[in-house]
Design a binder for this molecule. Structure first.
Ligand SMILES: O=C(O)CCC(=O)C(=O)O
Length: 267
C-alpha cells in the first residue's frame, strides 16, 4: 500500500489519517482469535483496569504471539511508516488496547511524546502510532478523540497523572485542551474534535504530538484496537526506567513481512 499525496497532505494538516479497509475480515478474524488466550495470561504486560479487573492494554503482544508478530511487521503498516519517515525505524511499542464492553476506562487527553520524552528520554517527537481496529469502533464504544491540528502545538507542558487510571500517563491540562479545540474549531467548526470511528480492519496513523484521548465504553460492544509505535533508530530512547514491554530496546531497523502473511495458511 502506498499513501497518496492527498492522504499525506491530510496527515500533515490534521496530525492523523484514517485508512478504511486497510485489513480484510479474514485477517481481523485471525487476529481476534488470538486475543482470548493472550488476555487470560497472568503477565505483567497485561495492564488491568483500575475498577473492573479487565485487561486494559496487552503490551509486548508481538513477542507473545506469532500472528501479532506478523501484524507488527505488516507491509501495509511498515510501508506507510517508511513513506512518512524515510529512515530506519525500530519497534518502540506494540499493544492491544482492549476497552471492554461496559467497563473500558478513559484515556485522558494526552500526546504520546510527553511520555516518550519524560519517561524514556526520546529526543524528538518523530514516532508514529499506527492502529488497526480489531472491532468495529462506533460513537458509543470508546473511540479515540483527536483534536485536528493539535500536533502543531509541538511538545508543550504535560502533567504526570498516576491516579486516574492504572496506566501512568503524561496528560494535557484542560486549559490547553480548550485552546487547541478553539483553534481547530476556528479552522473548521465541524471538526473541533474528531471521533475516529470505522469498521474492523480500519487503520489509523497519527503523530507523536497529536493530542488525543478516549471516553469510557458504556456500550455492550467491545472495542479492541492494535497499536504499533515505530520510532527512528536515530531518535532512540536514552533511558530504560520503564519495563521493556512499554518501550522495546531492540533498535534494529524493522523489516516488513509479506503482504499475505495474515492470510489463513500463509507460511
Ligand atoms: O485506546 C485508546 O482508547 C487510547 C489509547 C491511547 O491513547 C494511547 O495508547 O496512547
Amino acid at each position: 500500500m502506498t499513501l497518496k499525496e492527498h492522504q499525506l497532505a491530510s496527515l500533515e494538516r490534521d496530525g492523523f489519517l484514517v485508512l478504511p479497509d486497510l485489513f480484510g475480515l479474514s485477517e481481523i478474524q485471525l487476529l481476534q482469535s488470538r486475543l482470548p488466550a493472550l488476555l487470560a495470561q497472568e503477565n505483567p504486560a497485561n495492564i488491568i483496569e483500575k475498577a473492573s479487573g479487565q485487561v486494559r492494554t496487552a503490551m509486548g503482544i508481538h513477542l507473545r504471539d506469532e500472528i501479532f508478530a506478523k501484524l507488527a511487521h505488516h507491509p501495509r503498516l511498515i510501508g506507510a511508516a517508511r513513506q512518512i519517515r524515510a529512515e530506519p525505524l525500530y519497534i518502540q511499542q506494540v499493544k492491544v488496547n482492549v476497552k471492554a464492553a461496559f467497563s473500558g476506562e478513559v484515556w485522558q487527553w494526552h500526546y504520546d511524546f510527553a511520555t516518550h520524552h519524560h519517561d524514556d528520554g526520546v529526543p524528538e517527537p518523530l514516532a508514529l502510532n499506527l492502529h488497526v481496529f480489531l472491532d468495529d469502533v462506533n460513537d458509543f464504544n470508546g473511540p479515540l478523540y483527536f483534536i485536528p491540528g493539535s500536533h502543531k502545538f509541538g511538545a508543550h507542558r504535560a502533567v504526570h497523572d498516576t491516579s486516574t487510571t492504572s496506566y501512568p500517563l503524561w496528560v494535557v491540562e484542560p486549559t490547553v485542551v480548550r485552546e487547541m479545540i478553539a483553534n481547530a474549531e476556528a479552522i473548521d467548526p465541524n471538526r473541533a474534535i474528531v471521533a475516529a470511528t470505522g469498521k474492523r480492519g480500519t487503520g489509523l496513523i497519527f503523530f507523536d504530538t497529536l493530542v488525543h484521548g478516549s471516553p469510557v465504553n458504556l456500550s455492550p460492544w467491545d472495542r479492541s484496537i492494535f497499536s504499533l509505535i515505530l520510532n527512528p533508530v536515530s531518535n532512540a530512547s536514552t533511558r530504560d526506567t520503564r519495563p521493556e514491554f512499554k518501550h522495546h530496546r531492540d533498535f534494529t531497523d524493522v523489516q516488513a513481512d509479506a503482504d499475505d502473511c495474515l492470510q489463513y495458511g500463509a507460511g
